[in-house]
Design a protein around this ligand. Structure first.
Ligand code: HEM
Length: 508
């Protein structure tokens, strides 16, 4: 026995050295440049994901190593255009990190195409443009709660931190859309721990995606054993929401639960609730956090770019006759500057800033070469685009750190516009692109337009921007700073709201 342990340790050491040597010299990705440690281990990405600034590290590394870079023993990152449109590409196996149980999938982590199509059809019924027409009154009610909060804060001249305000709004809206349940995030503090729960869940998933070895160490198993853990509370709350909804008639509301239950008939109550839970666990961060980032970024940039603020205010205030007229329809769709502000905010501050890892679909052995940016992708490679880097690639978006909504309206010609469209991946693209895009745009448009109808606003502090003196992007004071926890997390901006006398009486 005494001899077996040193022999095993020696054999293991030799194995590791051979593996590292192979990764550096003989591996099919050897010719690609990239940070040395990243070529040896995914722990490199895992380390920066833990620090929550991997999106910025990748951006800086593109500056050093170019547009095609090796960022893991079997990983490549590109920075020229979105690669997500191809039919030959599917989500990487690293999305397993987001599974609650090995045999349960939701629309986000499912890889099987047939299963994905079925889930997409189902969820599409809830988040489609058509569905938004019947859901809009609920969304508007929730936005009114936000506007009244802004009104109250303005009466006592208290600045408002936009990030928590719009995260609460987003979670409330998704609570209604998912379960017809009022979580009262905007009006009571009871469920505020949910924001931490989603943040921790997203962060864990991101770290495990960068360093899949960690997927085997499942921290939630340990935390689930603790009765008061956030995970246990989350599951209790989901249980309450599902039970509350099931006590009502299934077709009494048009929500995710109603649609899924309707599609399952009698199976539903007995067998499939687990599946609904896992769908729900994704629905909240997907619908709540992402939209909150877009809105926070838009408020940040508008409060720092007076000309853009004035143009948008003018467009909104001349397009409608009253605040209640601001709703989905041709009038809102004709506000082109508003759409440009949202796109420019998402360009500068993508709600999902990191790499969406992909691989060739099962059964595609790479015999017919799959080419990205002139490079053949060897079989078994994980590849993707870092959305923050792509959106700040100056060959696609000149002066990328300038907030210029006009760039979306003034593209010189068709070709220039096409280049920008190919470089804009805030919602990703292709069959796995965002299913909730119409809802995301609607919510952002309504919040921005209604706020500018009832209020003027201005910067109350520097919160949200970079810190002077810090190196690189973190030192850019005019850039809305986010941490990469798969969905972006952030704080600020802090704004002072001033009611417009000619409009604010409508709100009361
Ligand atoms: C500004 C708002 C939003 C942004 C920027 C955004 C961004 C994204 C991105 C980048 C993905 C791809 C993720 C990946 O490939 O791993 C995605 C997927 C998805 N999003 Fe969104 N999203 C937004 C709003 C919403 C909303 C409001 C919902 C609905 C509640 C939603 C539901 C989904 C779903 C269901 C998927 C998975 C699609 C699939 O795999 O088929 N999103 N979103």
């Amino acid at each position: 026995m005494e001899k077996v342990i040193p022999t095993a340790a020696l054999a293991f050491t030799i194995y590791i050295l051979c593996l590292l040597g192979y990764r550096l010299t003989l591996h099919p990705l050897t010719k690609f440049p990239g940070p040395l440690i990243a070529k040896l281990t995914n722990g490199f990405g895992g380390f920066y994901a833990l620090r929550k600034d991997i999106h910025l590290k990748i951006y800086e590394d593109h500056m050093t190593y170019g547009h095609a870079m090796r960022y893991g023993p079997d990983r490549l990152i590109f920075n020229t255009e979105t690669i997500y449109n191809s039919d030959r590409v599917t989500k990487s196996h690293v999305y397993r990190a987001a599974q609650q149980h090995p045999d349960q999938y939701n629309i986000f982590n499912v890889r099987d195409r047939g299963m994905h199509r079925a889930k997409r059809r189902l969820i599409g019924q809830v988040v489609s443009e058509k569905s938004m027409r019947s859901f809009e009154p609920v969304m508007l009610q929730q936005i009114d709660v936000l506007l009244l909060k802004l009104m109250k804060a303005s009466a006592s001249s208290v600045p408002v931190n936009i990030t928590p305000a719009v995260r609460q709004l987003g979670i409330d809206i998704v609570g209604h859309l998912g379960f017809g349940y009022d979580l009262k995030m905007q009006t009571e503090e009871t469920n505020h721990w949910l924001m931490k729960a989603f943040y921790l869940g997203d962060w864990r998933i991101n770290v495990c995606m960068q360093w899949p070895l960690l997927t085997w160490i499942r921290p939630e198993v340990i935390s689930g054993l603790m009765p008061n853990s956030i995970r246990a509370r989350l599951f209790d709350l989901l249980d309450t929401m599902i039970k509350a909804r099931l006590s009502q008639k299934i077709d009494s509301k048009h929500d995710l639960l109603g649609v899924i239950a309707g599609s399952m008939g009698d199976d539903f109550k007995s067998l499939r609730q687990q599946e609904l839970w896992t769908e729900a666990l994704f629905f909240f961060p997907a619908g709540g956090e992402t939209t909150a980032t877009a809105i926070s970024a838009a408020f940040f940039y508008l409060s720092r770019n007076r000309e853009c603020y004035d143009k948008l205010a003018e467009e909104i205030r001349s397009s409608f006759a009253s605040g209640s007229e601001i709703r989905q329809g041709p009038q809102l769709a004709s506000c082109r500057y508003l759409r440009a502000v949202i796109d420019e905010s998402l360009r500068m501050c993508p709600s999902v800033p990191g790499v969406l890892w992909r691989e060739l679909v099962n059964g595609d052995d790479g015999t017919d070469p799959f080419i990205v940016d002139g490079h053949v992708i060897p079989k078994g490679t994980q590849f993707g685009v870092n959305i923050f880097s792509l959106h700040h690639n100056e060959e696609i978006f000149p002066k990328p750190f300038e907030f210029r909504p006009e760039r979306w309206l003034e593209a010189k010609d068709e070709e220039a516009r096409k280049i920008m469209d190919r470089g804009f991946a805030a919602f990703s693209t292709g069959s796995r692109g965002c299913a909730g895009k119409p809802m995301g745009y609607l919510e952002c448009s309504l919040v921005l337009a209604k706020t500018l109808w009832y209020f003027d606003f201005e910067k109350a502090s520097d919160l949200g921007g970079g810190v002077p003196g810090l190196p690189g992007i973190r030192g850019r004071t005019n850039l809305f700073q986010v941490d990469d926890t798969f969905a972006a997390t952030h704080n600020g901006p802090n704004l002072k709201f001033i009611p417009r006398p000619e409009a604010s009486h409508e709100l009361n």
